[in-house]
Design a protein around this ligand. Sequence first.
Ligand code: C2E
Ligand code: MG
Ligand code: MG
Ligand code: MG
Length: 282
Amino acid sequence: RAKALGKARYHVFNPEMHHEATQLLELENDLRRAVERQEFIVYYQPIISLVTGKISGLEALVRWQHPNHGLISPTEFIPVAEETGLIHAINIWVLRSACEQLTIWQNHNSTLKSLTISVNLSVRLFSHPKLLAQIDQIIQETKINPACLEIEITESVIMENSQALKKILEQLRERKIKLVMDDFGTGYSSLSYLYSFPFNVLKIDQSFVKRMHENEESMGLVPAVLGIAKSMGMSAIAEGVETTFQLAQLKNLNCNFAQGYLFSRPLQPELVLDFITNSPQW
Ligand code: C2E
Ligand code: MG
Ligand code: MG
Ligand code: MG
């Protein structure tokens, strides 16, 4: 819903769109109130190492607990949050929650010292002059090891504002924070950008994983993308892994990590330690 409304904003206004425009305004107001009242919740999806077969980290995925509409997906409200600038407050809140949560898990179980937490940051945040200071403050206050923090940025939007972005990414790397290029293969960036931006990890978009069909010889583009990651000295995560067939193929292809409904849906934080204890060795 919000996505369609978000687009409507850019059209020339006409009477038919009055309703949509009103709805968008309502959504914006709702979102503003949601930020004030902290109506968000972070779910965590396990990321599995295909070398050990065990969990290596978790990706933080935000949801909006709307008082009337229930749980709202980030694909619905993140675009509106980005347009209105509310994304900064929301995303910093997610980052802080995720770091706090990781510290809680690690304090609870001393074998989890190298467990990582991945947070999606909207590229919009990188034009904010206080971003680095805020990240530093969160690291300090939550006492998280920065080497356990991974920041995911979606490929399709990376190229806007590239010089400034590059500089901040380098500063994040100096802090030992890892950088993940999310949804790799879906954007408009050319391969040469991989050389200019200091990413550690390529996350293969789920659309490529979906095309690893059973009973077909073709693995689609996944082997090619894994080859790119390898030749760049980057590790690779396959996202959207739903079948044991996909898992077996990814292992054969030496993909480093995998994430998807096969292992677990995004979990409420209370369920994560249980998952870690009880999940099989994949
Ligand atoms: P993403 O970062 O690429 O996250 C992967 C999405 O795929 C998540 O959707 C996840 O729940 C879903 N997914 C995971 N495994 C499977 C699977 O096996 N099959 C299928 N069909 N889907 C799977 P979700 O949670 O709805 O998030 C959607 C997008 O919203 C994320 O894509 C990310 O771009 C954005 N997002 C989520 N949280 C945040 C946030 O805190 N800040 C920002 N800026 N964006 C966020
Ligand atoms: Mg992501
Ligand atoms: Mg992704
Ligand atoms: Mg995505």
